[in-house]
Design a protein around this ligand. Sequence first.
Ligand code: ADP
Length: 395
Amino acid sequence: MEAQSPQFKLSEAPLQLLLFIDKRPSSGEKIRQIRQFLKETATDDTYYDLQIVDVGEQPHLAEYFKLMATPSLIRIHPEPRQVLAGSDLVAQLSSWWGRWQRVVDEQAAESASHVRDNPASPHTIHSIAHSAELLQLSDEIFRLHREKEELQAQVRFKDQLISMLAHDLRNPLTAVSIAIETLEIGNSSRDEAGGTRLNPALMAQIMKHARTQTKAIDRMITDILQAAREKGAGIKIQPEEVDLTALCLEVLNQLEEQFKIKSHQVAIDIPSDLPKVYADPERIKQVMINLLDNAVKYTPEHGTIQIGILHRTTQKVQISIGDDGPGIPEENQQSIFEDCFRLKRDEAKDGYGIGLGLCKRVVQAHYGQIWVDSSPNHGSCFHFTLPVYCGVPTA
Ligand code: ADP
């Protein structure tokens, strides 16, 4: 992880000020007014040093200086510190200016006599550098602390994925090895007529089952690798003109076996005049597969899964995947798109809570939106949008 450079620079200016601001739009104007005042009032610009601190980005410094409000202007040198706070900072600065100048002059005189008496140790410069160094260090400690927490969270996330993966791979692996053994035994043992004991239809069924299981294994591994690769990094897409209808049918075809296993009905509603979209076909397949996988996983046997596409505006197409499963409580409808979030109710089911997070990143990389409409016991309908292809990309 790249460490940012320290936010504080060493300064040797006789008067050193820190201005604490926040993200309010009025902050820019406050900075401008104070700079203007200093420029017009100070003898020259080497007399003072004004550093701006955004409390949102460096909360530890607000804590360090025990600030109660923003904006606040702190005289950090000469010591002792003085804090001005409130909306009329320029007026306060103006009324304190004369006294601050006197303090600066007194310090300069004191420092000059100190240098005369101790030529080897320039007192003022040492003290200014010392306080700036302290600030740098506290800044750095805070950043290292945050990085450590992020790294620990990443390690925990990876540990969790590895143990879940190891656990979940066991079932499909066992199923595949049983299928292979059955085929082996059936193939080696002969009936009285000299034929194999397994009839061709049964053999085909066993092989199909084994194939479905290996695909499930493959999907688990792909998901994990993808999550590891993409965590923290932006998703790269290679968009092109895409026929969404064909892509959608291809995905449905690919998942046909899964729909059969739980006897799900699939209802398709795609208009014949759907425009092409500008998207990365492999990534969009991945989103559809994730949403359909979830629909299958969370919908009871004999349920219905709907897939519909709507040409919503001249710019956007909306894809919707609905089911009549248990639904998602309103208070969780945002969090399910965060990594590692799973409803307590579903913790016993296979999964890592990363599928929807990935979907969100892919859709956002296409400048689209993704959301869910749902109410408990009335199913869920996931929607996402993609840009229409207009010859040139539309964002
Ligand atoms: P996973 O399904 O692997 O747990 P996801 O990120 O795909 O991870 O989904 C996050 C959570 O959202 C799931 O654990 C589940 O609780 C809930 N969820 C997702 N899709 C559905 C759905 N179609 N019906 C009900 N709950 C769902």
